[in-house]
Design a protein around this ligand. Structure first.
Ligand code: G6P
Length: 591
């Protein structure tokens, strides 16, 4: 979703902003713009379309200012067009702002400001904040920002520049991501860390309600009451290369291939101090929700603690949860997903102890939790999540295991050794890449795919179907294998691919019977299974892909890898934009 970037220094602000916006483009956007402060005036260039379109427009204006703000917009209020693109200015063009988030009371503010003579040129919620800022402006932009915030409801990270002030860049945040950084004589702000990495790896995060003033001499943060406070920064361990594609054609392929490395490390921050609860609630959206499903399976299996996975946006209606001594594990790659943040707040208000599992140190979710686990996946920039999922699953396995140990559960003596072997199994799974491509290429135009499995394999099936939907746009269904015959089997038609995941010995036989039922109705059946299941699988399936010889407990962390590749190659074959699928955003900061 929207990304904001700000710069003040001695370099060419336009170039630095365009580069930053390019980095933030993974978040998903459909228009972009910049505002540069130069010689006592603000110059706004914005356009519908891609950063390259903006770059072309900027080339014509040749701006040389050293202070500015930029934005990538993912349309919410008003279609993607030049007028709705950010930055937005007050009517006189003296103040320009960029905004990430939603101003929920924008209609009331629009009416109030229209009555006072302000003219709106866009359909956005953001424009009311630009006019309000002007309405409240008394020559001190910091004070006006704080005042403006009192009238805004919703979530926002706003950056502002003023034509009259060449020495400062201002920002305020509440509920939307914002990170700040400095390096000799320059200061930067951004919605996410990767855009800062070419300049600094020491990052500061303002709290909700705080404002900050960025100058060439440094950054000053002010608390919600407007009092200056000392800022603390944290060091980002990734380097700039980890946020680049390298030799890979897409981020997604790079991130799929990074999984052996990611699975070599446990999550950062000790979970050993986390006392075992009486019950666990797991909240997440999209792929993170699927990690919750797997996490709940691991928690029940390894610790015996009842665990309830919930789609974050649905949690509010589960009014009986939690009851007592409940750990709520909120899972989110970005740590900024509005639905997850809102559900986590609800769980805390209902008495749960919040544990955040994110891939982003300093994210909103990790800062509101009493304990934060950070996955060591490094920046994930493809919209479709891959390495974050496997690292979340592994982190939840570690947590389940530590709770099991606290409760005196016996563990397989080979468990530790098996965990050490995960990267090698991930590498082995990646080796089937050519075979998978050869299988999917001639089938990439099929109108419907089915994925089935039982138990933990049903989770893998769900995640595989989600990858297909997200990047290939092919309707894809995931079903617990046993449930097929209760309705969805009516969709099976000759030639339709049905892909079964079989890694759990206790379910293989039954799943293969369900696969045979599909085959009997003309489906083209595929099975991903462990080596010792291969013979039986060949009797039910037209194609069998053998997974590494690994313990069934760890198999769900590895068996998703070939299915990620399958979706990837299907999307490539269909000529689609794999890293930025239509309509999707990486970080969904609105509910
Ligand atoms: C969006 C993305 C999904 C992602 C989900 C949760 O919907 O398109 O790929 O799984 O958000 O994101 P999070 O950052 O909370 O894990």
């Amino acid at each position: 979703m929207c990304g904001i970037m700000g710069y003040i220094g001695s370099g060419n602000a336009q170039d630095i902003l365009l580069k930053g916006l390019e980095t933030l483009s993974y978040r998903g956007y459909d228009s972009a713009g910049i505002a540069i402060q130069q010689e006592g005036a603000l110059h706004v260039v914005k356009t519908r379309g891609q950063i390259d379109d903006l770059r072309k427009k900027c080339a014509a204006s040749q701006l040389s200012g050293t202070l500015g703000i930029g934005h990538t917009r993912w349309a919410t209020h008003g279609e993607a067009n030049d007028l709705n693109a950010h930055p937005h200015t007050d009517g006189r063009g003296r103040i320009a702002i960029v905004h990430n988030g939603i101003i929920e009371n924008h209609l009331q503010l629009r009416n109030m400001l229209t009555e006072r003579g302000y003219t709106f040129v866009s359909d956005t919620d953001t424009e009311c904040a630009a006019h309000l800022l002007h309405f409240l402006y008394d020559g001190d932009l910091l004070r006006s920002l704080l005042l403006t915030a009192r009238y805004l409801t919703g979530s926002y990270a706003i950056a502002a520049v003023c034509a009259d002030d060449p020495s400062a860049l201002y920002c305020i945040r509440s509920g939307s991501p914002l990170v700040l950084g400095t390096c000799s004589g320059e200061a930067f702000l951004s919605s996410d860390i990767p855009a800062l990495l070419p300049y600094t790896r020491d990052v500061t995060v303002p709290e909700d309600g705080e404002t900050a003033v960025l100058r060439r001499t440094g950054i000053q943060i002010y608390n919600a009451k407007g009092r200056p406070r000392k800022s603390t920064s944290f060091h980002v361990s990734w380097d700039v290369q980890s946020a680049e594609k390298g030799d890979y054609p897409h981020y997604m392929l790079k991130e799929i291939h990074q999984q052996p490395q990611v699975l070599a490390s446990p999550p950062v921050t000790s979970h050993k101090t986390l006392n075992s609860p009486q019950q666990a609630l797991l909240l997440g959206c999209g792929t993170a929700y699927h990690a919750c499903l797997l996490g709940a399976y691991y928690i029940e299996r390894l610790s015996g603690i009842p665990a309830h996975p919930e789609i974050a946006s649905e949690y509010a209606s589960r009014i009986a949860f939690p009851y007592k001594n409940c750990a709520c594990i909120a899972v989110s790659q970005s740590g900024e997903t509005a639905d997850t943040l809102s559900a986590a707040h609800t769980a805390v208000n209902r008495g749960a102890n919040l544990i955040a599992l994110t891939n982003t140190l300093g994210s909103s979710l990790s800062r509101m939790a009493s304990a934060a686990l950070v996955t060591p996946a490094g920046p994930e920039l493809a919209v479709a999540s891959t390495k974050a999922y496997t690292s979340q699953a592994l982190a939840l396995l570690h947590l389940a295991r530590s709770w099991g140990a606290q409760l005196g559960k016996e563990e397989d003596p080979l468990f530790e050794e098996h965990l050490q072997h995960l990267p090698a199994w991930a590498n082995e799974a990646l080796k089937t890449e050519k075979l998978l491509k050869a299988y999917i290429d001639p089938r990439a135009d099929k109108p419907l795919f089915f994925f089935i499995g039982r138990g933990a394999d049903a989770v893998t099936a769900k995640e595989a179907a989600l990858k297909f939907k997200e990047i290939t746009y092919i309707p894809s269904e995931a079903y617990p294998a046993g449930e097929l015959k209760h309705g969805a089997i009516a969709l099976i038609h000759p030639g339709m691919p049905v892909i079964a995941v079989c890694t759990q010995p206790q379910w293989v036989h039954k799943t293969l019977i369900n696969l045979s039922e599909c085959r009997a109705r003309g489906a083209e059946c595929v099975c991903f299974c462990l080596p010792h299941m291969e013979k039986e699988a060949r009797e039910a399936a037209d194609f069998v892909f053998t997974l590494p010889d690994m313990p069934p407990l760890l198999a769900p962390i590895i068996s998703i890898i070939p299915l990620q590749l399958l979706a990837y190659y299907a999307a490539c074959k269909r000529g689609l934009n794999v890293d930025k699928p239509r309509n999707l955003a990486k970080s969904v900061t609105v509910e």
